[in-house]
Design a protein around this ligand. Structure first.
Ligand SMILES: *Cc1c(COP(=O)(O)O)cnc(C)c1O
Length: 378
């Protein structure tokens, strides 16, 4: 059976995990600081921006929204065609999602439509870079005009460039995930890229609100919590238990080394799929591939044939996914503002499916998928 996603756990990742397990300090420590620094380097962050690592992409979204000032009674504009984690992160702030539709070319936020949904409680906008394709950058002009904060869901887009600049290296706040199916994994992990000021808030909130010196936050292996006057700490804000552990950071560091190569491979696979499907009733997001870090290969199966195509692939031992059912189709979100009219999200909800794509997928595996898809269309 060919899976839709596959994590790349090589000998180096396993060795890194074993070393971390044997190091004697499994919680958050110096390895997390090292992971943050390497991630900042990979993402080419300028000096005024930084990385805060957390335990999941969902907590990255929650803390980024809180840092952006989202709270009870506020509204956050986001595409209904988005991950559930984004919806739950908004609810966790005591706020409500307000849905906007997506564009039919890149499946990202429709900025013009977003304008119609602005209300007095609108605090922030939460766009998504679907499958690694950067969303319409005019979302920033829109946000400036209405004085909104921007939290970008960049969970699919690690390594994607827009006009040669990496997602995360500019803008307001961006959230990344390193869960088991992402382009690189910490098993579980996440990160926020943002200004140093927002990062200070997020650093406190990720560890129970505790204000403590950097040396204690990122404890070196072998140093005791009683060392150097580490006894004194304070709490001034609400906090959560969202910090990343050394074990996960060590896994992430080993994965980061392979990431550039994986991004190239994935792009090649996407290009091969694009060529193979050129004459089939299949549509994919439009963008210039050289700039894109592909998280997954999503297609629209036209003509109402999505479910039959998936069944056909399954019979040929090829799994596929649906990313996603739009949020306004789900009971909790059915009556959110904006849910009444989302024609493109509705269309994608019924046509979208994800084909297998992973970092070291070989030509034979790719050919199997291509043959099975061609087999379906005869
Ligand atoms: C994976 C993912 C998340 C959530 O990240 P977790 O690490 O699983 O909590 C949020 N948004 C998108 C687009 C994702 O793909």
């Amino acid at each position: 059976m060919q899976p839709v996603f596959k994590a790349m756990i090589d000998g180096e990742t396993i060795a890194a995990a074993i070393e971390a397990l044997e190091s004697g300090w499994l919680g958050m420590g110096a390895t997390v600081a090292e992971f943050e620094a390497e991630l900042a380097r990979f993402l080419e962050l300028p000096d005024n921006r930084t990385v805060v690592a957390v335990n999941t992409g969902t907590s990255a979204l929650h803390l980024a929204l809180l840092a952006a000032g989202v709270g009870p009674g506020d509204e956050v504009l986001t595409p209904a065609f988005n991950n559930l984690a984004d919806m739950q992160a908004i609810l966790a702030c005591g706020a409500e999602p307000v849905f906007v539709d997506v564009r039919l070319d890149d499946y990202g936020i429709d900025v013009t439509g977003a304008e119609l949904m602005i209300g007095s409680a609108t605090k922030a906008v939460l766009p998504l870079h679907y499958m690694g394709f950067p969303c319409d950058e005019r979302v920033y002009e829109f946000a400036r005009e209405y004085e909104l904060r921007v939290v970008e869901d960049a969970c699919h887009a690690i390594g994607t460039r827009r006009d040669n600049r990496l997602i995360g290296s500019e803008g307001d706040l961006q959230c990344f995930s390193f869960d088991p199916i992402k382009t690189m994994t910490c098993i579980d992990g996440g990160a926020v890229t943002c200004s140093r000021e927002d990062a200070d808030k997020i650093r406190r909130a990720r560890l129970l609100g505790v204000v403590q010196p950097r040396e204690r936050q990122y404890l070196e292996v072998g140093r005791s919590l009683a060392d150097g006057g580490f006894g004194g700490y304070d709490v001034v804000d609400d906090g959560y238990r969202y910090h990343l552990a050394n074990l996960h950071a060590a896994i992430g560091l080993s994965q980061l080394k392979r990431l550039p190569e994986w991004i190239v491979n994935r792009r090649q696979i996407a290009r091969a799929y694009n060529v193979a499907f050129e004459n089939l009733p299949i549509v994919t997001p439009e963008a210039e591939l050289p700039q894109i870090s592909m998280f997954g290969y999503a297609i629209r199966a036209l003509g109402g044939e999505r479910d039959e195509l998936r069944a056909h692939l399954w019979e040929h031992e090829i799994d596929s996914g649906v990313h996603w059912r739009p949020a306004h189709w789900l009971t909790r979100f059915r009556s959110c503002r904006g849910a009444e009219r989302l024609p493109v999200s509705d269309l994608l909800g019924s046509e979208i499916m994800t084909l297998p794509l992973w970092s070291e997928m070989d030509e034979e595996e790719l050919a199997c998928v291509v043959d099975a898809v061609w087999g379906f269309y005869g």
